[in-house]
Design a protein around this ligand. Structure first.
Ligand code: GLN
Length: 192
């Protein structure tokens, strides 16, 4: 299995390190040709406006949309915004996942936080079940989950922070910044 990480801005190195810990072949994706032969792709956290604009400059927008039609694609934080249909602002989006998001929904950088979440999809794979420690950094919320997309996880107050649509995955938080490999393993199960 070979998994790519979009490596034009953001914390792609942390995703690559996590994938290597799981013994997976990795590739840094900066150009359309780098998608060849990949089984899945991660869109990292960072700044979604920058990731969008650079994707336009590097001719990646259409190739990424095409790739997502038949492959596993996972966006963390800014990556989740980039996957969404609508971020309520004018910025380049892939628009392939049936979710709408609100950027910076918890406030500014200083309002970043961590929370223990119950994520049933992860517990199915791991025995015994354990809560998931999630890191939110100037994170978006997933405002609505439409069509074929489903809610994977909410905060205790009901706000949606993870969703799935077939092989497409979106998380408001950053599994690559923890020692817990369960979310990456879950993504690998979709890519397989
Ligand atoms: N606030 C960023 C954005 O709107 C996302 C932050 C992150 O990826 N940690 O794109």
């Amino acid at each position: 299995m070979r998994i790519g990480v979009l490596a034009i801005q953001g914390d792609f190195a942390e995703h690559i390190a996590m994938l290597k810990r799981l013994g997976v072949d990795t590739a840094e994706v900066r150009l359309p040709a780098h998608l060849d032969g990949l089984d899945g792709l991660i869109l990292p956290g960072g700044e979604s406006t920058t990731i969008g604009k650079l994707s336009v400059d590097f001719g990646l927008l259409e190739p990424l949309r095409e790739f997502g039609k038949s492959h596993a694609l996972w966006g963390t934080c800014a990556g989740a915004i980039f996957l969404s249909k609508d971020a309520r602002r004018s910025q380049p989006l892939l628009g392939i996942m049936d979710i709408t998001v609100e950027r910076n929904a918890f406030g500014r950088q200083v309002d970043s936080f961590e929370a223990d979440l119950e994520i049933a999809a992860l517990n199915q794979a791991s025995q015994p079940p354990a809560s998931y420690h999630a890191v939110f950094i100037r994170a978006p919320i997933i405002e609505s989950v439409l069509g074929e997309a489903e809610v994977l996880c909410t905060l205790p107050d009901g706000r949606i922070v993870a969703a799935q649509q077939g092989k497409l995955l979106a998380t408001s938080f950053h599994p690559e910044l923890t020692r817990d490999t369960r979310f990456h393993e879950y993504f690998l199960s979709l890519a397989n």
